[in-house]
Every structure is written in C-alpha cells, then in structure tokens.
Design a protein around this ligand. Structure first.
Ligand code: SF4
Length: 207
C-alpha cells in the first residue's frame, strides 16, 4: 500500500536541490532483467528521468548478486519480509537457492538508499526483489502460476528501514509525485494505484 500522505508532504525540489529518488534500474531502461532486457518499457517511470529536479539513483539488486542474463527466480514460502526473517527462500526456476545472494543485494540497495538519503523509491512491481504491492507466490513457470500481496526482498528491506516505496503501476501516487517535481503538472484524479485496480480487487478478493 502506498503512502499518499507522505507523498503530499514531499518538498518541492529544485535543480540545485533535486529530489533524491531510487529507481529499479530496469525501469530506467538498463538491460539488467533476467533475460538481458529491461523488462519492458514503462512510460510512468521513464518520464521521471526527464526532470532535472530529480536525482535518479538506479540499482538492480538481482544483477548485483547474480549478473544478467540469469535464471528466473521467485520467492517460495512467503514474501520478501519472510525471506529477510529466514522463513522463506528465493529459488531459481531450476531450484537453486539464491536466498543468501538476494539478501546481500537487498543490503547493498539499503546502503545506497541510506548513503544517498533517498526520499522516495520507484520500483518494478511483481519482481521477487523489487516488487512493492504484488509478487509471485512460488515459481511463476508452474502450471498454476499464482500471485500474492507482498513486497520483494529488496523492497521489503527498504520498507522495514523506513523508506517509502511505490511501483511503476501506482499511477495515483505517481500523479502526486509528478505534481511535486513539475510545477506545471495537474493531478489526474482518475488514476489508480495498483491495489485499487479491478484486477487486484478481483484477484485478491479485497472487495
Ligand atoms: S531485480 Fe529489480 S531492477 Fe533488477 S531486473 Fe528485477 S525488477 Fe529490475
């Protein structure tokens, strides 16, 4: 769940004192995805790169520990928080245990966030590392692919340490963010965050 109250209270940044924003590297177009691509193109995130009132710090936790391209990995037995607590594992599609590596990567991402004093993170949803609202529940390649509400491992560690995170699909929250970084931006009140979409509400039976 995003924190719109926090977003509304964000300062108005300037070129001299830009907003410090941490972004999943793939959302910026860097080809760090598991298959050596950028995992698609998301205008909602790419637009942020256009503003000189934002300092974008890019990082890919999975590439940091496992390189790119690499095997596909998912969380088994819980969410990113459970991985941090030793109650769930990160396994590749072939069953290799990458739990230790993803925790090291998450700690590296947290260190960057702390050193850079980031004010907001915009992360790729669904990812076992960067997901903020939804992640896969076990192997995404299994015949009964399922999703769960929860954060990936790196996102969970950021959240646990007090950082605010949103995903590239949290369009209502991004509207508030754009209104801070662009004085000309007018908020489109019809936009929804991921947890407000029909897909989310139907899939997770939240209504
Ligand atoms: S780990 Fe995060 S930054 Fe790296 S490819 Fe996956 S979603 Fe993108």
């Amino acid at each position: 769940m995003t924190d719109r109250k926090y977003l509304k209270q964000l300062r108005v940044p300037t070129e001299d004192n830009p907003l410090r924003l941490l972004m999943s590297a793939c959302l910026s177009g860097i080809t760090c995805g598991w298959d050596g691509t950028a995992n698609g193109s998301y205008p909602s995130a790419l637009k942020i790169l256009e503003y000189n009132t934002v300092k974008v710090i890019k990082f890919c936790p999975e590439e940091f520990s496992f390189g790119a391209p690499r095997a596909m990995c998912d969380i088994h037995g819980g969410t990113g928080f459970d991985v941090l607590d030793g109650k769930a594992k990160l396994l590749t599609e072939h069953g290799a245990d990458w739990t230790e590596g993803i925790i090291i990567a998450a700690e590296k991402m947290l260190k960057i966030a702390q050193q850079e004093k980031i004010e907001i993170a915009v992360l790729m949803d669904i990812s076992a590392a960067c997901g903020t609202q939804v992640i896969y529940d076990g192997n995404r390649f299994s015949c009964n692919k399922t999703y769960q509400i929860g954060a990936g491992v790196a996102a969970a560690l950021l959240i646990r340490n007090g950082f605010k995170v949103i995903s590239q699909r949290d369009y209502a929250s991004l509207e508030i963010l754009y209104s801070k970084i662009d004085p000309a931006h007018r908020i489109d009140a019809s936009r929804l965050d991921h947890h407000e979409t029909e897909w989310y509400k139907e899939y997770f039976k939240t209504t």
